[in-house]
Design a protein around this ligand. Structure first.
Ligand code: NAD
Length: 330
């Protein structure tokens, strides 16, 4: 049996195998590398399709792209089925399909649910690694849903954080974050939004909000904020004035201004597209990133298809190397 993703047959990599073999370091490396490739013009995302299908209240779509540097071509397909929770299934469902860029042949089918969570956590972790102050001590979490514990674990590995403060519109979910902090022996405190801004050196927002949850005047100079929840038109997590005051970075500028957190500040004329830098430029060393300890940096993490393809490709390669992929001829 071939152990190469370019070998004969289609590799099938299950959700369970993805969980077993793609950890935070692998996801971080894949996402960091593809952000760098995007900023060099070596990798690009194709237009996103997202449609209400008129059945089961579902939103279904595709995110696809090509990374010429990593030779990864493919599509993540899936969406949101709100009724799944009653069926004991995750509401967000996705599968990644990888193709051979040289021939167009189907190479791999990879479960995308767990990988979406780790690639999203890796994006905010990459932003912290490159943009937060080195002496950051307090991590602030806004949001306590499914994604939040993934973001928390990945963020805690980026700096010597001594405390986590958290706020969520539904306080009953905060116990999830407290449990992770307990496990990792990091002090945890539930606070209100103003206290969170006053204490945190790094803030991650990961909610489904449609209105600002954090105001500019609550944020300390020198804070790094990763806004990760806004991935659709109309969603919003922070005050547009905060974007006007911050140095702005994103995964992809086109998504940041259309479906990301920057959509509102752009629409109200507070900032323009040219104020936003792809984080890949910082990764590649063509932008200095944070300039001083007083600057507020903000990463608008909108979630691009190339992130999904990057982690799925890592999963397929690792699964084949370790004999964990099912291989079938099509
Ligand atoms: P979830 O449904 O498990 O949790 C939702 C979170 O938002 C909870 O903290 C909840 O209390 C809060 N919330 C719900 N409704 C709200 C409202 N009206 N106002 C304010 N807060 C509200 O979702 P999740 O899987 O944790 O995802 C959180 C967000 O992140 C979603 O918006 C999701 O679309 C987005 N997301 C973004 C990316 C990306 O790449 N940027 C990837 C995955 C998920």
């Amino acid at each position: 049996m071939s152990t190469s993703v370019n070998g004969a047959g289609v590799a099938i990599v299950s959700e369970a195998v993805c969980e077993q073999i793609v950890g935070r370091p692998e996801a971080f490396k894949a996402v960091e590398s593809v952000f760098g490739a995007m900023a060099r013009g070596d990798a690009y995302n194709f237009p996103v399709v997202r449609e209400a299908i008129g059945h089961a209240d579902a939103l279904y779509g595709f995110k696809s792209g090509f990374d010429r540097a990593g030779m990864v071509l493919g599509v993540k397909s899936g969406g949101y089925w709100p009724g799944n929770v009653q069926k004991d299934l995750t509401n967000h469902q996705s599968t990644v399909i990888l193709f051979d860029p040289d021939t167009g042949r189907l190479k791999a089918l990879v479960g995308g649910n767990y990988l979406t969570a780790v690639r999203t956590a890796a994006a905010s972790a990459v932003s912290i690694a490159y943009l937060a102050r080195k002496d950051a001590k307090v991590l602030g979490m806004v949001g306590a849903g499914h994604q939040s514990t993934f973001q928390l674990r990945a963020a805690l590995e980026q700096r010597a954080f001594e405390k986590v403060v958290a706020w969520n519109p539904h306080p009953e979910y905060l116990s999830r974050l407290a449990a992770v902090c307990d496990e990792l022996r990091v002090p945890f405190e539930a606070v209100d939004q103003q206290q969170l801004g006053a204490q945190a050196d790094v803030i991650i927002t990961i909610t489904s909000a449609f209105e600002p949850l954090m105001m500019k005047e609550w944020i300390k100079p020198g804070t790094h904020i990763a806004c990760m929840g806004t991935d659709t038109k109309g969603k919003q997590e922070v005050d547009p004035e905060l974007l006007a005051a911050a140095t702005l970075f994103t995964d992809e500028v086109a998504q940041s201004i259309s479906i990301g957190e920057a959509q509102h500040a752009v629409a109200s004329g507070l900032i323009s597209e040219s104020d936003i830098t792809p984080i890949g430029e910082v990764i590649n060393g063509t932008h200095p990133g944070r300039r001083d300890d007083q600057e507020i940096t903000l990463f608008d993490g909108t979630g691009v298809g190339l992130q999904d393809l990057a982690v799925a490709s890592a999963a397929a390669n690792l699964a084949l190397e370790q004999g964990l992929a099912l291989r079938i001829a099509l």
